[in-house]
Design a binder for this molecule. Structure first.
Ligand SMILES: *Cc1c(COP(=O)(O)O)cnc(C)c1O
Length: 386
């Protein structure tokens, strides 16, 4: 079966995990910071905090940004539900802005009308690995004093005008789910250049615990002179969002292969570009000038109405030939929870809805062979022309 995505695990990855299992630390040990350090130096950020998954990374970023009850956060409905849910976890409200039909990322010109005195942050998604328009977003966020959060679940390794994703927003959130650029099974990370955000992320990851200050319980001394080595304080409501040493060992090992993974994804994406150029009623994904995608997805768009066929027919046809496609995304506002709680309805975000109607994610992962890819292409041609 050829799927839309899957992990690449080498024997050195397996050895790295086995070594972690034989060590003294299964969690909260030395692998965590090592993994964080490798990612910070890779993306060029000052700080990184490893967490349990990408959703936890987004939640922690909302916490660090100070999102609280009734604060508003602007994002797009054309994303995985976790992006918007992370705002709700903090008691905030989600304000959606539609995407640009060219890039499928948030349309910066549509954000303006969504701003109110309660707006605190923007979360932009680098859909399919293509960076959002970060310079425009940054200018906008600055002038309205908003925190800029990047849902970079797709875009580890992508860059924008020579700068790597992970440094373009105030807080950048990565996922290490098996389909993403690198994997730790489940896992996530937030990168930032802001020390205050970094410290808040560390506290949030570990139940809101701090060991630094004793003031509120009456101690005159800091932890150094304190005679109570067991002592700690909880000052904020955090969670257990820690990532294990076993997972960080896998992440560290995966980071050794990241450039090879990215190169292979790019090569396969360009091959799709070339070989699908003539596909009828198709729109191929493109990188605007200065953008370098990490090619997490190959989001082909087919105008099914023009074709006179349905997406379900395409899925059934491909499945009969052993190919399992995927769709990204069912717009968040169309999910029952969002409709029932916030009154969204079809037609609210027409560009995202049209993208959903047309989008099909083609198989794209580092171990996909040319002959497998050729089979996908041949079948697509057959489906669209017969
Ligand atoms: C994968 C993903 C997430 C969530 O990551 P998990 O690690 O699965 O929690 C969030 N946003 C987007 C856009 C994603 O693709």
């Amino acid at each position: 079966m050829i799927t839309y995505s899957k992990q690449t695990i080498s024997s050195s990855d397996i050895q790295a995990v086995a070594k972690a299992l034989r060590s003294d630390w299964l969690t909260t040990g030395p692998m965590v910071q090592k993994f964080e350090n490798v990612v910070t130096s890779y993306v060029g950020a000052r700080y990184a905090v490893a967490v349990a998954n990408g959703t936890a990374a987004l939640h922690a970023a909302c916490f660090a940004a100070g999102i609280g009850k009734d604060d508003e956060v602007i994002t797009t409905p054309y994303t995985f539900i976790a992006t918007a849910n992370s705002v709700l976890y903090q008691g905030g409200l989600v304000k959606f802005a539609d995407i640009s039909p060219d890039t499928l990322t948030i349309d910066a010109s549509k954000i303006k009308t969504k701003i109110t005195p309660k707006t605190k942050a923007i979360i932009a998604i680098d859909f399919s690995g293509l960076p959002a328009d970060w310079d425009r977003l940054k200018t906008f966020a600055k002038s309205h004093k908003l925190t800029l959060i990047s849902d970079a679940a797709h875009s580890l390794g992508a860059s924008y005008h020579g700068r790597k994703v992970g440094t373009l927003a105030d807080l950048s959130c990565f996922s290490f789910h098996p389909v993403k650029t690198i994997t730790t099974g489940e896992g996530g990370m937030i990168t930032t250049n802001n020390k205050r955000f970094y410290e808040r992320l560390l506290v949030f990851r570990n139940h809101g615990i701090t060991r630094k200050s004793m003031e509120s319980t009456g101690s005159k001394q800091g932890i150094k002179g304190d005679k109570r080595p067991w002592f700690f304080e909880m000052k904020e409501l955090g969670l257990n969002y820690r990532l294990t040493d076993i997972q960080c060992a896998l992440g560290l090992s995966q980071m050794r292969h990241i450039n090879a993974f990215l190169k292979k994804r790019r090569e396969l994406a360009y091959r799709y570009h070339k070989l699908l150029e003539q596909l009828p009623h198709a729109t191929l994904p493109r990188e605007p000038q200065g953008y370098r995608s990490s090619w997490h997805l190959y989001p082909l768009r087919l105008d099914f109405k023009q074709l006179g066929k349905t997406k379900s027919q395409l899925f059934a046809f491909m499945a009969r030939h052993g190919i399992k496609l995927q769709v990204h995304y069912i717009p968040v506002h169309l999910h029952p929870y969002y409709r029932e709680h916030f009154g969204f309805k079809p037609g609210d975000f027409p560009i995202a809805e049209e993208a959903y109607d047309q989008e099909v994610s083609l198989p794209l992962y580092p171990t996909l062979t040319y002959s497998q890819q050729d089979k996908v292409i041949k079948l697509l041609k057959q489906f669209t022309t017969q």
